[in-house]
Design a protein around this ligand. Sequence first.
Ligand SMILES: Cc1cc2nc3c(=O)[nH]c(=O)nc-3n(C[C@H](O)[C@H](O)[C@H](O)COP(=O)(O)O)c2cc1C
Length: 250
Amino acid sequence: MNVHIVLAHPSPTSLCASLCDEAVAFLTANGHEVTVSDLYAMKWKAVADYDDLGSHTDGTYIDASGEAYRDGGLSEDIRTEQARIEAADAVVLLFPLWWFSMPAIMKGWVDRVLVNGLGYGTTRGWKRYGDGAYAGKRGMVITAAGGSETVLSERGVSGSITDILWPINHGILYYTGMDVLEPHVVTSAVTVDSDRYQNLVAELRERLEGLETDEPIAYRSQAGGDYDERRRLKPGRERPGTSGFDLHIA
Ligand SMILES: Cc1cc2nc3c(=O)[nH]c(=O)nc-3n(C[C@H](O)[C@H](O)[C@H](O)COP(=O)(O)O)c2cc1C
């Protein structure tokens, strides 16, 4: 497989950066091609501005061949990232959980790279939620969080990590069409001694082994018949006892 890892951590000696190195080494040793976008090292421009988005809120136009383009063209850094995703069979977002989300530099990568008409399409045909341009690719979050497993559980004070990661898993990866794997979450990530680190590496490798084969989360596709014409889940489609985000898992 071709795997593209997007890493957002300012420190090359952080847990996240170390796990990224471990992932590259493991995947490469297992015959995969790996590319890494180390956003801080690349000094990635994090803010999507007028130059990126142009005068249209949609940002991008679609030409007759279905290609996405903008007046003046997309900048080189954006096109390089798009090409890396295009070439990838799996895209991994690797980041520390900051304020219940990804670091701003990675959000800026999402804002600037996954442009309308490419990552998704609202201009023609509403290609999104399972039907985006990246259908057939796999997507996975690997994140480290300071909170413990109990703190990040449903009754824990931070709430469930599944809910916290919903905007990324469902709103970004699935929106653009990817098959989204269960996230790999390292909890209590501020206290990691060398014994625990070895365990974390073993757990990471186990997850990476399943990158090609693990069953993705069964999100409901927007065009799959579960939603009505106003894109609400049809009555009776929910699994018994489910509510909230869970409604959108078949
Ligand atoms: C700006 C900032 C915000 C953070 N927000 C959260 C948070 O919302 N939830 C949480 O569990 N931990 C939070 N943390 C703790 C980080 O997740 C933790 O320090 C990190 O995962 C450790 O891994 P690292 O060594 O790769 O940075 C935050 C840390 C920082 C610096």
